[in-house]
Design a protein around this ligand. Structure first.
Ligand code: PLP
Length: 376
């Protein structure tokens, strides 16, 4: 077994694995499960600091993004797609798939979206039904300041759709303060349950937009409307994956008890970045570093695949490369959720130091020592 230090899926704690082994009831017919499902949804809303309603859907993070676009888009709708990374740009595909007209707002992919420049753009053009934003764009580790960006969009009457799959619970996320109409999360990033579930939290405005549609939502599985009224009717649109949801609940119980979670991510993220820089490696971004994942450029003369293989085979640690335009260019260390602990990060930095030395990369100082000195 490798030590998983990837930016999702992350390590899964034993209490979560055991919760998934619990005896099952019939989740369609047993009302105690309907209660359990709703309590878990309410817990998620509470942890995201909102009264907005949450639904847990049976599918990976991608289902949440698709469900957002399927449920909100009608043919011809103009949608503002904020793009400074792979997931940012990717929203345009879902918008098109459901007949919308995505308008890309593409900016420097090494810096977070600049609120002033966005406002300047909106002054000229703000005729959009909704806007899509990514909180942490995981392939580059880009953190966008959604708490500033979303209120600007709302000022122009634009609904806000945020993918926070790889940021929430590793970075601050206050849905009420940020005025987010629809936020997507996933089970396998900082939440640290196994892959398989997504959850979506929606505002009253989203419910109204869905109710006022002139055309039906062109999907069943990616249709958020089919969940409305499930509690009163005691009826799910399809059979809920009960064991997955038992595991997810345990993961949220862990998060709720973990009062130091955001500070710990900040300490570990900062120490990791400073240690890499101190040793002479180059962080991929100019600014906007997420505390959930650190991304550095592959040093000259070395192949990403060689770093990843040696880390796995010699040190038993799994790091990630990246994809799309970043394939082969960068290495990603995922320090989110249960990966975000000093012991595993210290071993990761030690393994990485030895791996880079073995590949002949000159380091100005020890990665492990740099990390340990900075993390306390
Ligand atoms: C992981 C992730 C998702 C979900 O992707 P999956 O392929 O379903 O894991 C969505 N958005 C972001 C930013 C992610 O990091």
């Amino acid at each position: 077994m490798y030590k998983i230090m990837t930016p999702g899926p992350t390590q899964v704690k034993e209490n979560i694995r055991l919760a998934r082994a619990r005896e099952c009831t019939n989740p369609d017919l047993d009302e105690t499960f309907v209660e359990f499902y709703r309590e878990t949804c309410r817990q998620i809303s509470r942890l995201l600091h909102t009264e907005n309603e949450t639904f847990i859907l049976d599918g990976e993070g991608i289902l949440g993004l698709e469900a957002a676009c399927a449920s909100l888009t009608e043919p011809g709708d103009r949608v503002l797609v904020l793009d400074n990374g792979v997931y940012g740009k990717g929203f345009a595909d879902f918008v098109s798939l459901y007949g919308g007209n995505p308008q890309l707002y593409t900016v420097d992919d090494r810096r977070p979206i600049d609120p002033q420049k966005l406002e300047h753009h909106l002054q000229k053009d703000h005729d959009y039904k909704y806007a899509t934003l990514v909180h942490c764009d995981t392939p580059s580790g880009m953190l966008n300041d959604i708490h500033t960006l979303c209120p600007i969009l709302k000022k122009y009457g634009i609904l806000t759709v945020v993918d926070s799959v790889s940021a929430m619970f590793g970075e601050e996320l206050n849905v009420e303060k940020a005025q987010i109409d629809l936020v997507c999360g996933g089970s396998q990033k900082a939440v640290s349950a196994p892959p398989g579930l997504t959850f979506v939290t929606i505002s009253q405005e989203v419910k109204k937009v869905m109710a006022d549609r002139k055309t039906p939502i062109a999907s069943f599985y990616a249709n958020l409307k089919v969940f409305e009224g499930y509690y009163e009717a005691k009826w799910f649109p399809y059979t809920m994956p009960i064991s997955d949801i038992y595991g997810l609940r345990e993961a949220f119980d862990n998060i709720e008890k973990d009062t130091d979670i955001l500070n710990r991510h900040a300490r570990i993220g900062n120490a990791c970045r400073q240690a890499l820089k101190g040793a002479g490696l180059k962080l991929h971004l100019a600014s906007g570093f997420s505390n959930t994942v650190t991304v550095f450029d592959v040093p000259e003369g070395v192949k990403a695949q060689d770093i990843l293989s040696i880390m796995r085979e010699k040190h038993g640690i799994m790091l990630a490369g990246s994809f799309d335009n970043l394939a082969g260019q960068v290495i990603r260390i995922g320090h989110m959720g249960s990966n975000a602990n000093v012991k595993d990060m210290t071993e990761t930095m030690e393994g990485l130091e030895q791996t880079l030395r073995q590949l002949g990369v000159p380091l100005k100082c020890s990665l492990k020592e740099g990390f340990c000195q900075l993390v306390d």
